[in-house]
Design a protein around this ligand. Sequence first.
Ligand SMILES: *[C@@H]1O[C@H](CO)[C@@H](O)[C@H](O)[C@H]1NC(C)=O
Ligand SMILES: *[C@@H]1O[C@H](CO)[C@@H](O)[C@H](O)[C@H]1NC(C)=O
Length: 363
Amino acid sequence: MSLLRLFFVVLAVLECRRLQLVTSHEESGDWHCEPDSESRVVAEFKPGVVTLDGHADDWEDVYGFDFPLLPALDPDQDKAYNGGKMTVKALHDGKDVFFLMQVDGDYVYSKGNNNGCPSVALMFQVGDSATYHDMGGCKESPGTCNRTSCRGYEVDIMHFSLGNAVPGRLYGGNPIDNQEGNGGDRFGHLVDLYAWNPHCRNLDGISSSGNDTAQNDWRGSWWHSSFTTHSGFVAEDSPYTSSKQKGTYFFEFSRPLRTMDRLQQDVQFTIGQSSKFSAAFWYPTDGHPWHGSGHYSISCDWVSLDVAPGSSSSPVKGTSGSAWGAASGFALLFSFVAFCISVFVGYRVADNKSIAFTPMDRL
Ligand SMILES: *[C@@H]1O[C@H](CO)[C@@H](O)[C@H](O)[C@H]1NC(C)=O
Ligand SMILES: *[C@@H]1O[C@H](CO)[C@@H](O)[C@H](O)[C@H]1NC(C)=O
């Protein structure tokens, strides 16, 4: 009984402390972040599992990490996205890394209007000093930020806007934009950016002090669970289904683990190592188009992304071992059968004296 009372006292004390924290947060008005130090996403080595098509059924056996979506500029629990949490899944095949972001949301689509459709972004730390808050956090202004003055504060960003992207189709890096030497995507607006802070943000390869050549290294696709067709959509099918349908949005992306970036504009992934990233989500609430800073984020600080090695205890090796065993067993059986046939043929030839000799050149 007294144990129960103690439990309630502890609970009450905890509740008081929580209330104090909330009020102090509301009073300060400053940036306030209490990140969950546990939050991480693991990209397992699972080759040949997913196809980059916007569909999530092939991700079923991959572990999903759930994150609340709070406003990025004011991470307050009370203002969380009302559709629920975002599930992030990741894996790699030794060459490319794959991401799936899924979030519940009634279907909204406004053809040609990116801000009238949901949108997602991924942001990665590139420079060691780059903070999650303020997109890298370099203190320079647009007139003075450059590769030298903001060295170490680089972040890499992938942003996918849906206004012109047909569901299930692939967008991102394409020969035409890559030939122009930048991270743009004129077809579906799945762009590859870099930034030092929110005001010093550009497509890969483009800068205020001179353009260099870069590429869009991302690929991606989207889908909503209310779509009933699995055959291909074309732009004329827009808006693809009727609006306000309940369901889940899926956003699927891939990128090579390493890119040919020379400008410190791309994150580079290493198997067995951890990177820092975050994911953002924009949603047009009550029919109002979203604006750039009105996004939700999965955390108010970096989240770890572990690119797991294909370890020796993984089932891959076991499978190949048993496949080898089956192959050699089959070969043994085959050679035994061949041996038996040769003995039989030899016996028949020796037995049947009437077989005439037929010279080869008469055949
Ligand atoms: C970068 O900015 C700094 C400070 O504004 C300036 O002194 C420097 O010349 C710039 N460097 C380049 C490569 O533009
Ligand atoms: C870089 O490219 C962008 C977009 O093509 C252009 O607007 C800008 O003027 C270019 N900057 C320089 C310095 O050439």
